[in-house]
Design a protein around this ligand. Structure first.
Ligand SMILES: *[C@@H]1O[C@H](CO)[C@@H](O)[C@H](O)[C@H]1NC(C)=O
Ligand SMILES: *[C@@H]1O[C@H](CO)[C@@H](O)[C@H](O)[C@H]1NC(C)=O
Ligand SMILES: *[C@@H]1O[C@H](CO)[C@@H](O)[C@H](O)[C@H]1NC(C)=O
Length: 436
């Protein structure tokens, strides 16, 4: 296991030797021509052979971290230190070797992408490429050109193998639609967030004949079909709770977008999330599917406009929430609303029409018997969603020293402090630590 980082460095070094030509950062086409050179070399196979299959995860997460953080460690002998933007520096007194991190070059970045995709093709784990694509997109809003570069390298190394991955249909479609959205030259439709509108690199290579450019389903039809799935899950849970029957959704059916959906086989984007340990819990398998869809909606929310997302996604989420009797589903829906709310605030601020409206709707929801009839986790998620739309911190709102609050959100603020007031002391201190 300790050898894995070393193997990664070796592999990266080897791939880099193949790609020494300078690359134009914005021209993904250079990446495409380079990937042609990248046939899996025999030495690479040998090295991969050394990796036990369970070490593959370690290697993949190393590469993933690299793609997200875009930093390399450099070792220098004392005195020959490289002065380029060194952020972190550690000196080993005994060896006189200095370890520091510096920003990756575009060639290193591309090499790591090629490496990851080639390994995954080799071991037939294309689902991993998609999971990493998700993470890269999720974390990569601030460095869009590199994000797109990564996705196009994945696309060109994996080719059609990516497209025909049945079990990851929804994830692949999501990644594809987000790529096309970001590369769309049509500025008339206000689908993308204001951040993307003003920061979209002008020189994106447009995606023609790449693996993402297949015309199957439009973004609004797809998103509405994801929402249909959430609705369906909530409904079938409600029916199940009423009749004590096992949930009998078909394991595979056609979603309203016409895509085939495999309920049990999700792509594990949210595999880190630990839900209930109790395997007898009937909603567990479906909860995994449910949160998978929620993660996909969150990714769209990262890039799409507040107005569009509010009107087409959030309003429906709130509807589903009203009728949903499953605590876990409700909490998950509220966490999504809260996350989308945060995107809205980042993008357009506190006083945009959609934000004000959402704040009012959440306040109404919390004011009804909804909160009192729900478990503490659901109550916390609901309050958290409202707080995400607030210019004030939780501490300020509930602190008695601040005196009467003023400003546009004063009603909702007093609602939050009322809610806080009726909690037990123990749950109050839990709330303080949770929201601080
Ligand atoms: C993206 O990240 C790399 C590596 O940190 C950096 O060199 C590059 O300037 C960044 N690009 C943008 C547009 O921020
Ligand atoms: C998701 O994770 C489960 C358990 O870790 C695993 O059995 C399954 O094969 C994974 N699914 C995919 C598509 O990788
Ligand atoms: C905190 O809230 C939970 C859930 O409602 C409840 O079971 C628990 O008793 C509360 N704690 C106290 C000390 O009241």
């Amino acid at each position: 296991r300790e050898r894995v980082p070393f193997i990664f460095s070796l592999l990266l070094w080897d791939v880099r030797k193949l790609t020494t030509e300078p690359v134009d950062q914005y021209l993904a086409s250079s990446a495409f021509s380079m990937t042609g050179m990248m046939t899996v070399k025999p030495y690479m196979e040998t090295i991969l052979g050394l990796l036990k299959s369970n070490h593959l995860d370690v290697l993949v997460s190393l590469i993933e971290d690299f793609l997200v953080n875009k930093e390399v460690m450099v070792c220098d002998k004392m005195g020959v230190r490289n002065s380029v933007a060194i952020k972190y520096c550690h000196l080993d007194d005994e060896t006189g070797i200095q370890v520091s991190t510096k920003p990756a070059t575009v060639n290193q970045f591309i090499s790591a992408c090629i490496l990851l995709a080639s390994i995954c093709v080799k071991v037939e784990r294309l689902d991993v490429v998609l999971e990493v694509s998700y993470r890269v997109l999720q974390m990569g809003k601030l460095n869009l050109s590199w994000t797109m570069l990564a996705l196009h390298v994945f696309g060109s190394v994996c080719g059609d193998k990516l497209r025909f991955l049945k079990s990851c249909n929804l994830l692949m479609t999501t990644v594809r639609l987000v790529v096309l959205l970001l590369e769309s030259t049509d500025t008339s439709s206000c689908l993308v967030s204001s951040y993307i509108q003003s920061n979209r690199p002008t020189a994106f290579p447009s995606c023609t004949q790449c693996v993402f450019d297949v015309d199957t389903v439009s973004i609004d039809v797809f998103i509405s079909s994801l929402l249909d799935e959430l609705d369906l899950c909530a409904l079938s849970w409600n029916n199940h709770a009423n009749s004590n029957e096992a949930i009998t959704r078909h394991s595979s059916h056609s979603g309203s977008s016409g895509l085939e959906i495999n309920c049990g086989e999700s792509c594990n984007i949210s595999k880190q999330a630990k839900f209930t340990e109790d395997t007898n819990y009937p909603a567990e398998r479906d909860l995994c599917y449910f949160t998978e869809i929620i993660s996909l909606l969150e990714l769209f929310g990262n890039y799409m406009s507040c107005e569009w997302t509010y009107k087409n996604v959030v309003v429906r989420l709130l509807k589903i929430l009203e009728s949903c009797t499953c605590e876990e589903y409700s909490a998950a829906l509220l966490v999504l609303v809260s996350q989308l709310g945060r995107f809205f605030i980042d993008d357009v601020g506190y006083e945009t029409e959609a934000v004000v409206e959402l704040r009012n709707k959440l306040a109404v929801l919390i004011g009804t018997s909804f909160t009192r009839s729900r478990s503490i986790p659901v109550q916390f998620s609901a309050i958290g969603a409202l707080l995400s739309l607030f210019p004030l911190t939780f501490d300020k709102i509930v602190s008695s020293q601040t005196g009467p609050l003023s400003g546009p959100c004063v009603l909702q603020a007093s609602q939050i402090s009322e809610w806080f007031g009726q909690l037990s002391k123990e749950n109050q201190s839990f709330a303080r630590s949770f929201f601080s």
